[in-house]
Design a binder for this molecule. Structure first.
Ligand code: TMP
Ligand code: MG
Length: 210
């Protein structure tokens, strides 16, 4: 009898801007696909190509203004649009790697001062990550990596607020810290070590709280 096919894993890359999470999420997916073609997919949130993501993109580029409550729900809706895709891939044994997830959603909205319980509720029910890799970058190293971009939330004030909130969302049962101060190859190796140690035997779950 053939061995039962193992499920895929859901890995979320979170951290501040310039922590290197997008670069490393891409590297992990490329390296997994080099080993086995089609074994991993990358999903960035927001997905700026979806109808909702296009509106979010316009907001971030300061082309339109949006009510902050609506914006929070749009970020959540953008993730729920990928709910089925994530679950189907995991069931097929394909790994899903996300560049940001609901933790950015909660951290940025709390940083803006939206009500905590309300902010934390809208992503409940999403697929629960097997691991959240928190990219921990020291302010000095982040500063060396260049200036902020021109997007709406890319300001020093906002980054400081998000930096204060993000660690409070931490759940040690599935969050892992990546020292993001290292060079690209060192960080890539650290990420891969964490990837290899994930447990595919335990059942895939949904988020019951954030
Ligand atoms: P990006 O720079 O990774 O494309 O992210 C877009 C911006 O949107 C970034 O400033 C973080 C912010 N953001 C939220 O405010 N809420 C969310 O739910 C997500 C995913 C991102
Ligand atoms: Mg950015």
């Amino acid at each position: 009898m053939a061995a039962a096919q193992k499920r895929g894993v859901l890995i979320v890359f979170e951290g501040l801007d310039r922590s290197g999470k997008s670069t490393q999420a891409k590297r992990l997916v490329e390296s997994l696909n080099k080993r086995a073609e089609g074994s991993a997919v990358l999903q960035a949130f927001p997905d700026r190509s979806s109808p909702i993501g296009k509106l979010i993109d316009q907001y971030l580029k300061k082309e339109i203004d949006l009510d902050e409550h609506s914006l929070h729900l749009m970020f959540s809706a953008d993730r729920f649009l990928k709910n089925q895709m994530i679950r189907e891939n995991i069931a097929k044994g394909i790994d899903v790697i996300c560049d940001r997830y609901c933790y950015s959603g909660v951290a940025y909205s709390l940083a803006k001062g939206l009500p905590e319980q309300w902010v934390r509720s809208s992503d409940v029910g999403l697929p629960k990550p097997d691991a959240v890799l928190f990219f921990d970058v020291s302010p000095a190293v982040a500063a060396q990596r260049g200036g902020f971009g021109a997007e709406r939330l890319e300001t020093a004030t906002m980054q400081q607020k998000v930096a204060a909130v993000m660690p409070t969302l931490r759940d040690d049962s599935f969050w892992k810290t990546v020292n993001a101060d290292g060079d690209l190859d060192t960080v890539e190796k650290d990420v891969f070590r964490l990837y290899e140690n994930l447990n595919r035997e335990k059942p895939f779950e949904s988020l019951e709280k954030i």
